[in-house]
Write a protein that binds this ligand. Structure first.
Ligand code: ADP
Ligand code: MG
Length: 211
């Protein structure tokens, strides 16, 4: 199992940035998941909080991003605004070496107007909670036709919070030709059903320890 980011086919800019972040070794979930994500595989990843999941999918989705296309190419769904903010913050750190990557956070509890205004200017990556993402889809202020990577982060918590219908509606708006990455701390039946419906021949990785 490779443990250094340098063993992966990443750009020199990305590798340099990881070094400035002091990310020298991959965490276990990154070592397991990143090679599969870079290959374009769908993935079910079972890992605990603090295991470095954000960089596992973040490095992958930044690698596949086309910066000249200012349409949403990656959508990350999170259970809460706090988690979405954390993910967006980490993605911005990871994207420092990739010029002009625009990352938008779309969560409930925030006014809609500024979000609509930001969306009009275009964005590469959207991080948000299912309810608010669905609201933007209904209003036609968010389009997912160019999404090539969909991330379900903390999927078990999203289902616990009653977001199943919203998630299904959102996935229905994404192109069927896409990469879907599902992260979950636990793996109850509802997660298995979701994965069976929406993931394509997913690879499965499971990491128990944090480091
Ligand atoms: P999770 O989503 O699994 O709870 P995070 O993605 O938030 O975990 O990462 C947890 C912490 O570990 C963050 O502070 C992040 O900056 C740090 N981290 C992630 N990957 C690495 C790495 N390869 N080396 C060092 N620190 C890392
Ligand atoms: Mg996380």
């Amino acid at each position: 199992m490779p443990s250094s980011f340098n063993s992966l086919p990443l750009s020199a800019d990305m590798l340099g940035n990881l070094e400035t972040l002091n990310y020298t070794e991959m965490t276990p979930i990154q070592a397991e998941a990143l090679p599969l994500i870079l290959e374009g595989r769908d993935l079910i990843a079972k890992a605990k909080t603090g295991s470095g999941k954000t960089a596992a999918f973040g490095v992958g989705l930044l690698h596949h991003l086309r910066v000249d296309n200012y349409r949403v190419q990656a959508l990350v769904l999170c259970p809460t605004r706090e988690l979405a903010d954390q993910v967006a913050k980490e993605l911005r750190r990871l994207a420092r070496a990739t010029h002009n990557v625009k990352i938008l956070t779309l969560c409930g509890g925030m006014p809609l107007g500024p979000q609509v205004g930001s969306l009009e200017h275009g964005a590469h990556i959207v991080v948000g909670t299912p309810g608010r993402i669905q609201e933007h889809l209904r209003k036609g202020t968010l389009k997912l036709e160019d999404v090539s990577t969909l991330v379900l982060d903390e999927a078990d918590r999203m289902l616990d919070m009653g977001f199943t219908d919203a998630i299904q509606a959102i996935i229905g708006e994404c192109p069927s030709e896409r990469q879907t990455l599902l992260f979950s701390a636990t793996y109850p039946d509802q997660i298995a059903q979701l994965a069976a419906h929406y993931l394509r021949e997913p690879a499965e990785v499971s990491v128990e320890s944090l480091h």
